[in-house]
Design a binder for this molecule. Structure first.
Ligand SMILES: Nc1nc2c(ncn2[C@@H]2O[C@H](COP(=O)(O)OP(=O)(O)OP(=O)(O)O)[C@@H](O)[C@H]2O)c(=O)[nH]1
Ligand SMILES: [Mg+2]
Length: 171
């Protein structure tokens, strides 16, 4: 079976201090080590999805400020929300609307800092609202203690690969 080689760019956006760098660090290195303030990191993976062998290079690009220049080339958008900040949710909503206006999909919302749940201003209901309105998937995580990362990347990869395969099958 031939191996399909794919290169994906994941754009990581969200409010200041929401945990974008920590999220990338956790996904790529398995620990919340502080990395470069504006991260650009690659992770290579081999997977078999729906009977297809894939070799995927994922480039994680942290975006600070306007997302518009990053929309055309992104494969997926990961919007990090700090659950202790209501403003962080408003900012996420604006970013999602901008992506949707550009007719792009593959948007994943990350509710981060759930270790601070007693200080949370945002919870599952708010994430469900985004999901219903914008068809976004969401995950609740803590980049501090690693909760919620068990199947997160696999789930995102599966979701994108399955959509890509379905699209190719229709071509
Ligand atoms: N308690 C807690 N703190 C977190 C968590 N994730 C990130 N932080 C802290 O939040 C602060 C901001 O984290 P960063 O990963 O730098 O966030 P960022 O979105 O990249 O920030 P900017 O690039 O400055 O916008 C740091 O002090 C982190 O240690 C978490 O899950 N729980
Ligand atoms: Mg950062």
């Amino acid at each position: 079976m031939p191996i399909q080689r794919l290169a994906w760019k994941f754009v990581i956006a969200g409010s200041k201090g929401a945990g974008k760098s920590s999220f990338i660090s956790y996904i790529v290195y398995g620990e919340p080590a502080p990395i470069l303030p504006r991260s650009l990191v690659k992770k290579s993976l081999n997977r078999e999805i729906n009977g297809h062998k894939l070799a995927v290079d994922i480039l994680f690009q942290e975006v600070d400020g306007g997302i518009e220049n990053f929309i055309p080339t992104a494969t997926a958008f990961i919007i990090v929300v700090d659950v202790t900040s209501a403003d962080s949710l408003s900012e996420a909503r604006n970013i999602i609307m901008e992506i949707k206006n550009a007719k792009k999909n593959n948007i994943f919302v990350i509710g981060n800092k759930i270790d601070l749940k007693y200080e949370a201003q945002i919870w599952i209901d708010d994430m469900e609202e985004l999901k219903n309105k914008f068809s976004t998937k969401y995950y609740m995580v803590s980049c501090k203690d690693g909760i919620g990362f068990e199947t997160l990347l696999e789930d995102i990869i599966n979701s994108i690969a399955t959509k890509t395969q379905a699209r190719r099958a229709n071509e």
